[in-house]
Design a protein around this ligand. Structure first.
Ligand code: SF4
Length: 450
């Protein structure tokens, strides 16, 4: 391996160090073990936070990891990717007097123990003779599978990619979430007897009708797809990337040297845009600019992601919209023509609508463009199951998680959007648990859920 390749590999190693034992004990002993703890209420999966922290303090690592993973089957991933300052740590009572407890770090400390000790924390339930198919092996699908298996269901997951894990395996940058963590979580679920069929696309390798026929219940947890087209000239040029695919390549270890010393423009300012921009920096780009047609106030990336990108040297160009990608004779990107924007009237979503400032066109010289303006929906798959949806967001009964077909439940990104729910990994995990519970409720009390 040449020195450039090994340097790029080092750039993708996990950034945050694990707490030492002394640091973990010291932090655990700062917790007030609040009655009616607000941190639990702020956790979408309701992890019994003071309980797992107390177990760290008393040296009961197995008990601590079990408490976390009981509530959140992908608690090791969430320890790394949750926006804790907006969730549990943001709600910690110690914010008022000193610093909040580092709940995310403690959660990582306990789940790292579970990964390294390879303890079997959960077991498959006694068979109840029911079969469930889950479409998609991302956070929602895996969480549903784990709980259903513990309830005694025979569970099969259909996953189009070559690896299970979904967003964790392909969509979240390695320096925040290394593959080993997701691989371990998937392995724990497979050890419960869940049959994970990878490289299996519903609609190609097996039809939706066959699945509906063969299983007692179905959970649709397919997440979202590729980045949509910008619908501007020059999108076909060499050097234009889809941010999802770009990050996926880095997760798969394909670290291109093509960006070394180059200028990159990232279009969009959500989580994926930040991931694309910070990956580009780690791939040796000389200058990385995020172009966003609104302002910092409207960006959907979390504050910690914004700060992180700024620390990486990413520049933010607000109120800037691309008009055209410019190529040279060889069909390679050499620039991007943009226009300045201003914020106008409030739209239906309560956000001010960006408007073009006429005559403000200008060109930025770039060697590559990364598109990160949201994700497409798996509409044809949703329709293959005959489910009602609104612009690709599956309609569900929020109490029962049932879709327009009572046998099919839906959770995760496929039901987030159009103002419904919040697309966080931890929320998807909880929805997976909820869908599993709803299926189980139907078995226990069939009259309540037709
Ligand atoms: Fe501990 Fe803070 Fe939760 Fe109270 S709110 S139990 S101090 S982590």
């Amino acid at each position: 391996m040449d020195s450039m390749t090994s340097q790029l590999q080092r750039n993708f190693v996990e950034l945050t160090n694990r707490m030492t034992k002394n640091e973990a004990l010291e932090e655990a002993n700062r917790c007030l073990y609040c009655y009616d703890a607000p941190c639990i209420k702020a956790c979408p999966t309701s992890i019994q936070i003071p309980n797992f922290i107390k177990k760290i303090a008393s040296g009961n690592m197995k008990g601590s990891a079990t408490t976390i993973l009981e509530a959140n089957p992908i608690g090791a991933s969430c320890a790394r990717v949750c926006p804790t300052e907006e969730l549990c740590e943001g709600a910690c009572v110690l914010n008022a007097s000193t610093k909040p407890i580092k709940i995310g770090h403690l959660q990582r400390y306990a789940t790292d123990w579970a990964m390294e000790s390879d303890a079997q924390l959960f077991s498959k339930g006694q068979s109840n003779g029911q079969k469930v198919a889950i479409i998609g092996a991302g956070p929602a699908g895996l969480s549903a599978a784990r709980d259903l298996s513990r309830f005694g269901y025979s569970v099969t997951i259909y996953e189009a990619e070559s690896k299970a894990g979904g967003l964790g395996s392909y969509g979240i940058v390695s320096f925040r979430l290394p593959n080993e963590v997701v691989d371990w979580e998937v392995e724990q679920i497979a050890k419960l007897g869940v049959d994970i069929k990878t490289n299996t696309t519903v609609g190609i390798d097996i039809s939706a009708e066959a699945i509906l026929e063969q299983y007692d219940s179905v959970i649709l947890a397919v997440g979202m797809g590729a980045v949509p087209n910008l619908r501007i000239e020059g999108e076909e040029l060499a050097g234009v990337h889809d941010a999802i695919e770009f990050v996926k390549q880095t997760k798969m270890g394909a670290l291109t040297k093509d960006l070394v010393g180059k200028r990159v423009a990232v279009i969009g300012a959500g989580n994926t845009a930040i991931d694309g921009a910070t990956c580009a920096v780690r791939l040796g780009a000389e200058n990385v600019k995020i172009l966003y047609r609104r302002t910092q106030k409207e960006m959907t990336a979390y504050k910690f992601e914004y700060e992180f990108a700024k620390q990486d040297g990413v520049e933010f160009n607000w109120l800037t919209a691309p008009q055209k990608i410019i190529g040279d004779e060889a069909g390679q990107v050499v620039g991007i023509e943009c226009v300045k924007m201003k914020l106008g009237e409030e739209g239906a979503d309560g956000r001010q609508r960006p408007e073009v400032v006429e005559g403000s066109n200008f060109i930025i010289k770039v060697d590559a463009v990364i598109k990160a303006i949201g994700q497409t929906r798996f509409v044809s798959l949703i329709e293959a199951f005959g489910l009602k949806h609104t612009d690709g967001v599956v309609d569900i009964d929020e109490t029962t998680m049932q879709t327009s077909n009572k046998k099919v439940f839906a959770c995760g990104d496929v039901v987030f959007g159009n103002g419904q729910g919040e697309a966080m990994v931890v929320t998807a995990a909880q929805q997976g648990k909820d869908a599993a519970q709803m299926i189980h409720n139907r078995l226990k009390k069939p009259s309540e859920l037709a």
